[in-house]
Design a protein around this ligand. Structure first.
Ligand code: AMP
Ligand code: MG
Length: 415
C-alpha cells in the first residue's frame, strides 16, 4: 500500500503532455496553446480617432471657449474603414468617426459635442491638447510583441486577440482519448432489462462526464463480464486509446480479475492499493507509455479516485500548468472520527460565512452513496496521521465545481 502523495507523484511522473494539433480558434476555446504568438503587426495599425468629432491641429484651438469659438474650414469627411485623402492644414479640420485613421497634419480630435457646424464651417468651443482623443498605432499590441505564451489556457479574450492578429488556426495540445471499461456481472446499461440482481453501470456515465469535464474524449467500451476472456477483450480494445480507465474488479474478491488481466497483457502494475478512503483498492500501471487506471467499483470511490489521479493526469497530458483543484481553508461544522493511516476524502458542502468558509459533510459517507457526491461542492481532505477532527477546526477542502465562483447577485452592487 502506498500513500496518496506517493501515488500522485508516481502517476504524474509517468505522464507527459501529448503532441500538438492544429485547431481553428473557436474550437481551441478552453484548450492550451502550444506555440508562442507574436504580433505580426501593430494593433491598431495606425493612429485613429477615439471619438466622433473633428481632426485638427491642436494649436489652432488655443483660446477657444464657450463664448469664444474658433471657426475652421471642414475639408473632408472620414468614416471608419476609409483612408483620409487630404492633409489638414492651418484653419482646417476634417470630420472624423470613431476608429477612422487620423489624417496627416492633424494631432488631436475634438469631440462633436464640443462643436457646432454650419455652412460657414465648424465652430470649436473648447481647447484640444495635442494627442487628445487619439488612439496611437501599436497602443494595444506592438509588432513583434509576445502576446500569448505557449502553455496559456485559451479563454474568450485570447480567442478575440488571436483573431485580431489574423490567426484563424493555432497549435493546441491534443485531447486524450480515454477508454472506459465498466466491469461486473451485475451491471447493465441505463436501459438494460431491469431485474433486482442487476444495477445500472452509473460509473460508465459519471466517469465519462468527468473525462469530458476536464477536456478528455471518452471512448465508452461498455461493460465487461467478470471473466478473463471478456475482460481481456475489452482491455485489448482499450489499448488503442491514450488512457485506459476501468472501474471495479480490483479488490481481493473471487471475481476481481482486473489485476490478472493487466499482468497477462504486460501492463506493468506499479501499485494496487492506496492508503485512502474511499478508494483504497486501485491499480495503476502502464504499457508503452499509456497509463492504465483500474479504479475501484463503488460509485463514490471511482469518482473520488478519478478526481485525485485521472483528472490531473489528463490536464497534464493536455498541456495545462494548473492541474489541481483549488483548496479552500474552511471551518469544519461537525466532529469527524477517522481511521489513522488513511487519508480521507469526505464529501462536503462549502458555504461562505463572514470572511471565510464553513464545510459540512453531505451526510452518509458510504462509498456506494452517490447522493453524497450529488450534494457536494467540495471534498474535505483529512491527513493520514489523525483519528479525530473536532468541529470548528480548520480543514482543507477541494473546491469541486464552479459553485464557489458564482453568486446569485452581483456582489459589487452590495457596497
Ligand atoms: P467490485 O470492486 O467489483 O467489488 O465493485 C464494488 C461495488 O461497486 C459493487 O457493489 C458493485 O456493484 C459496484 N459497481 C461496480 N461497477 C459499477 C458501475 N459501473 N456502476 C455502478 N456501480 C458499480
Ligand atoms: Mg465486481
Amino acid at each position: 500500500m502506498i500513500t496518496v502523495k506517493e501515488a500522485l507523484n508516481h502517476i504524474l511522473g509517468s505522464i507527459s503532455p501529448l503532441g500538438l494539433e492544429k485547431a481553428d480558434i473557436l474550437s481551441a476555446l478552453g484548450r492550451v496553446i502550444g506555440e508562442d504568438i507574436h504580433a505580426p503587426r501593430d494593433i491598431p495599425p495606425r493612429d485613429n480617432s477615439a471619438m466622433d468629432g473633428y481632426a485638427l491641429k491642436s494649436k489652432e484651438t488655443t483660446g477657444a471657449g464657450a463664448s469664444n469659438p474658433v471657426i475652421l474650414n471642414v475639408i473632408e469627411d472620414i468614416p471608419a474603414g476609409y483612408a483620409p485623402k487630404k492633409t489638414v492644414g492651418a484653419g482646417e479640420a476634417a470630420r472624423i468617426m470613431t476608429g477612422a485613421f487620423v489624417p496627416e497634419g492633424a494631432d488631436a480630435v475634438i469631440m462633436v459635442e464640443e462643436t457646432k457646424s454650419d455652412d460657414a464651417g465648424v465652430q470649436i468651443y473648447a481647447e484640444a491638447a495635442k494627442g487628445r482623443n487619439i488612439r496611437y498605432a501599436g497602443e494595444d499590441v506592438r509588432e513583434g510583441d509576445l502576446v500569448i505564451r505557449t502553455g496559456t489556457l485559451l479563454r474568450p479574450a485570447e480567442i478575440g486577440m488571436l483573431s485580431a492578429l489574423g490567426r484563424s488556426f493555432v497549435k493546441v495540445y491534443q485531447r486524450p482519448i480515454v477508454a472506459l471499461i465498466a466491469t461486473g456481472d451485475e451491471l447493465v446499461d441505463i436501459d438494460g432489462a431491469s431485474s433486482p440482481e442487476k444495477i445500472v453501470s452509473s460509473n460508465s456515465y459519471s466517469l465519462a462526464a468527468q473525462v469530458m469535464e476536464c477536456g478528455g474524449i471518452p471512448l465508452q467500451l461498455g461493460i465487461a463480464k467478470d471473466n478473463m476472456n471478456d475482460l481481456t477483450e475489452k482491455f485489448r480494445a482499450a489499448m488503442r486509446a491514450d488512457i485506459v480507465v476501468s472501474s471495479a474488479g480490483v479488490s481481493v474478491g473471487d471475481y476481481d480479475f482486473v489485476k490478472d488481466v493487466m499482468k497477462d497483457m504486460d501492463i506493468g502494475i506499479d501499485f494496487w492499493q492506496v492508503a485512502q478512503r474511499p478508494g483504497k483498492p486501485m491499480t495503476f500501471g502502464a504499457r508503452e507509455g499509456r497509463p492504465v487506471f483500474g479504479l475501484p467499483g463503488n460509485p463514490v470511490s471511482s469518482m473520488i479516485s478519478f478526481e485525485q489521479y485521472v483528472r490531473p493526469a489528463i490536464l497534464k497530458m493536455t498541456g495545462h500548468e494548473n492541474i489541481f483543484r483549488k483548496t479552500i481553508r474552511a471551518k469544519l461544522a461537525e466532529d469527524i472520527k477517522k481511521k489513522k493511516g488513511l487519508r480521507y476524502f469526505i464529501r462536503a458542502r462549502l458555504k461562505s460565512q463572514g470572511e471565510g468558509f464553513v464545510a459540512e459533510t453531505t451526510g452518509e459517507q458510504g462509498s456506494g452513496i452517490l447522493k453524497s457526491m450529488v450534494l457536494a461542492n467540495g471534498i474535505i481532505v483529512l491527513p493520514e496521521d489523525v483519528d479525530f477532527v473536532k468541529a470548528g477546526s480548520d480543514v482543507m477542502v477541494q473546491a469541486l465545481d464552479k459553485s464557489q465562483d458564482f453568486t446569485k447577485d452581483p456582489e459589487y452592487l452590495n457596497d
